[in-house]
Design a protein around this ligand. Sequence first.
Ligand code: GUN
Length: 294
Amino acid sequence: MPEAQLLSGKTVSESVYQSLIPRISALQSKNITPGLAAVLVGENPASKVYVRNKTNRFRKLGLFTETHTLPADTEEEDLLKLIETLNTDDRFHGILIQLPLPNSIDNQSVLLVVDPRKDVDGFHPENMGLLTSGTPRFIPCTPKGILRILEHYDIETEGKRVAVVGRSNIVGRPMSILLSLKRNPGNATVTICHTRTKNQKGITNSADILISAAGVPNSITDADISEGAVVIDVGINRVEDDSEKGYSLVGDVDFNSVAGKASAITPVPGGVGPMTIAMLVENTVEAAESTLPK
Ligand code: GUN
């Protein structure tokens, strides 16, 4: 039996949706329905599932969403043109470009074209700059969801040592910046570990909070954490097996190994994943609210 407390993103996301209902109603009473345009380029199976899960949640909440699906050989120029039309389409308060994009397309050029006020993923350099300066506009959904889990379960971050494994622009880097900001949750001492880090175990072993966003299945075991650490597992890795689907989803963390030593842990599935979607909805509601006259 695991001893660690289970940090349920599913539970926290339900309370986020409850809190959004009156905000959505208030917008709808002013004839505004928060809208999200999702853009999916290529055939990445995981991306297709993510986009479907995100847009299904929008529909479930009575929000507006449209998915623009483009072939893998789409010219960058055509993608940029599509984004420009979405920027000026008032039905959409948020635009989501599902990553990764095909290698032939330059990610940075694409993210730069999204109107920063519709950039509900928080990936535009303007929004990354605002976040780094400590005055965020849109906080990237996965790190924001992790902060919300920590808040919900009263996990103190001030003065704590945090190890973030992974330095992606989507999770690791914004997560490390957010937790080091002079705010709450925040005020932590953060170390980022990545593929060139020497003695990662030495760093994670002395962390009070370990956040793994490396995308390497079962790579964190009890030997990597300190006694009583809080462990946040961002990994959603497809591992082939004999099941009907042909794969199962596993985290970066070897749950059974870590659960006996950690004080709290997020499961996969049902941990960080549901929070990413909830924060996307919340950011889109915020984007719609920001169009109201002050
Ligand atoms: N790919 C993996 N995570 C994300 C995310 O949060 N947003 C987008 N747009 N793409 C992703």
